[in-house]
Design a protein around this ligand. Structure first.
Ligand code: HEM
Length: 164
């Protein structure tokens, strides 16, 4: 795929992600006694075809794997991650993307707030991770409108990740 298409894809997706990452579901509701942020976001889009558009579990697994390789090469954020956690993170990220896209999965990971609390993740780090994920979507030939749909949902996790 050409650099031009990659650049276009990023240009189209990133402003959407940045915009929709603001003022979303309050992380205060993301605790053990209420539905997780992931489940709340999934519920808003119930019945749509995003999971199918991503290629189901096989397509999602390829996207997540490509993303994790990209992340491992990303000097902006790689130091944040523990290589011993990679298999676990891959498993729950597959579940999370599947659930967010309306697939037949249950996210078994911990709440976004609990996981990222105390890390003081910056906006720049968050955007770096979003770029790495966008790159994986492009590498896996996900059509741009489908990329945007998924990134819009992931952006709603922003307040459960950044600045905590
Ligand atoms: C859209 C953005 C993001 C999503 C969807 C996401 C999702 C997740 C998920 C599902 C987990 C595993 C949950 C569990 O432990 O049960 C996790 C763990 C973690 N996340 Fe994030 N995350 C995002 C952004 C970030 C950013 C920007 C950073 C830091 C730069 C970060 C750092 C971590 C770390 C350090 C862990 C613990 C695993 C480890 O130590 O390797 N995350 N994240």
């Amino acid at each position: 795929m050409s650099i031009a298409r990659s650049t276009l894809s990023l240009l189209l997706c990133l402003p959407l992600v940045i915009l929709s990452g603001c003022g979303t579901t309050s992380p205060a509701t993301d605790n053990a006694t209420t539905p997780t942020l992931t489940a709340q976001i999934a519920a808003k889009y119930e019945g749509d075809q995003l999971y199918q558009a991503l290629g189901g579990q096989t397509g999602i697994a390829a996207i997540v794997e490509t993303f994790l390789y990209r992340l491992a090469d990303d000097d902006r954020v790689v130091r944040r991650f523990d290589p011993r956690q990679i298999d676990y993170v891959q498993k729950v990220l597959n579940e999370q993307v599947c659930m967010l896209s309306g697939g037949p999965c249950h996210y078994s990971g911990d709440s976004m707030v609990r996981v990222h609390k105390g890390m003081k993740i910056t906006e720049a780090e968050y955007q770096a991770v979003v770029e790495d994920f966008s790159y994986a979507l492009y590498r896996q030939d996900v059509p741009v409108p489908t990329q945007q749909q998924l990134l819009e949902r992931m952006a709603q996790l922003h307040d459960g990740i950044v600045g905590l």
